[in-house]
Design a protein around this ligand. Structure first.
Ligand code: NAP
Length: 339
């Protein structure tokens, strides 16, 4: 495949940084346009970006120009694919405008997630959702494809192969890292040595997005808590199925779960089960192949007719930038097939 020029909007934010870390070593994509809000005086990416990932800033992007987001400049840059890590309020105008200009937009923002023709795509879970881009006018025009909310993504991957048992009720509690709130994000005085038992909008997003992505009609009860760790969202889940399901049934379908989509960023094993009772945990967020892309599960148990487990998703990689890169790869692969 010949390389494809891409733009990263919101490039200085924590998700934008994750995009650039992934794209700098990607064989298909070349970042040609990096944009922030334009409020920074200096215009060299490496000089102004508060790099907060646990990996070094790639040399190839350090000296790249940082633009104040301008739609015409973005189009003129020659980018064919737009990776958006914009705040939702900004994305609500920018993403449809870029779509109108004929571009393929892969977004992390929640703004367009509930437009009826905009898919929330996780290739391992609902690859068929990509077909919605035809309702948006593709191939004659541009389109928008979104990621799920970061916690929802991990939950959807772990639950996808369990759909065959009939998911009736879900009881979910999340412990979400501070990077999930962006940078600088949550004030340190609110979160140091503490936890915040409410994340606005998160519980509703988990319920509505899970139902849409998994195509289920289950009752979903969730509680979302912000905890003082840097990366990785942990969730505890209890599931009631339509009929009796045992621990071994779950392990078997998790072990056999593979993605229909085979792309460079798609993990060969999307779900990795941890046998140790002390795992998974947030300090493993960047583990896996590719790093940060698999969902880790553990502590699988049966109680009173319910199945319980713990899961970990990397909110910045699988739950955000990595998920978008994977979606763009999946689109290019399907477009190459003529679909
Ligand atoms: N963090 C996560 O784990 C996560 C996971 C999934 C989805 N998301 C979603 O991804 C998006 C980005 O999140 P984040 O955590 O990376 O946020 P962030 O760290 O606050 O970064 C926001 C980015 O948007 C840019 N920006 C702000 N206002 C702008 C404007 N008017 N025009 C152009 N650019 C503007 C900022 O540029 P400046 O630096 O110049 O201000 C910065 O690059 C959000 O929609 C969020 O909901 C985040």
């Amino acid at each position: 495949m010949s390389r494809v020029n891409v733009a990263v909007l919101g490039a200085t934010g924590i998700v934008g940084q994750t995009f650039l870390w992934l794209l700098a070593r990607h064989d298909w994509f070349t970042p040609v346009y990096l944009a922030g809000s334009g409020t920074r005086r200096e215009k060299i990416y490496g000089n102004v970006t508060p790099w907060r990932l646990p990996v070094e800033m790639p040399e190839s992007i350090r000296d790249q120009p940082l633009h104040a987001l301008d739609l015409d400049e973005c189009v003129d840059s020659g980018a064919r694919i737009i990776f958006s890590a914009l705040p939702s309020s900004v994305a609500a105008d920018v993403e449809p405008a870029l779509k109108k200009k004929g571009l393929a937009v892969f977004s992390n923002a929640g703004a367009m997630r509930h437009a009826p023709d905009v898919p929330i795509l996780i290739p391992e879970v609902n690859p068929e959702a990509l077909d919605h881009i035809h309702e948006q006018g593709y191939p004659d025009g541009g389109f928008i494809v979104t990621n799920a909310n970061c916690s929802t993504t991990g939950l959807a991957v772990a639950l996808a192969p369990l759909r065959e048992f009939g998911i009736k009720e879900l009881f979910i509690s999340t412990c979400q890292s501070i990077s999930g709130a962006g940078y600088p994000g949550v004030p340190s005085l609110d979160i140091s040595d503490s936890a915040i038992p409410f994340i606005p909008g998160e519980e509703e997003k988990i319920a509505s997005e899970l139902r849409e992505i998994l195509g289920i009609d289950a009752a979903i009860f969730s509680t979302c808590v912000r905890i003082p760790v840097r990366y990785g969202h942990l969730a505890t889940v209890w599931v009631r199925f339509d009929g009796p399901v045992g621990r071994e049934d779950i392990l078997e379908v998790w072990r056999g779960f593979r993605s229909e989509a085979v792309t460079p960023t798609t993990p060969p094993h999307p779900i990795i089960y941890c046998d140790e009772d002390s795992r998974p945990r947030p300090d493993m967020s960047f583990f896996g192949d590719p790093p940060g892309m698999p969902v880790f599960t553990g502590r699988l148990r049966e109680r009173e007719g319910l199945i319980g487990f713990v899961l970990l998703v990397n909110n910045l990689v699988k739950g955000a930038a990595g998920g978008s890169v994977q979606n763009a790869e999946f689109f290019l692969q399907k477009a190459g097939d003529g679909s």
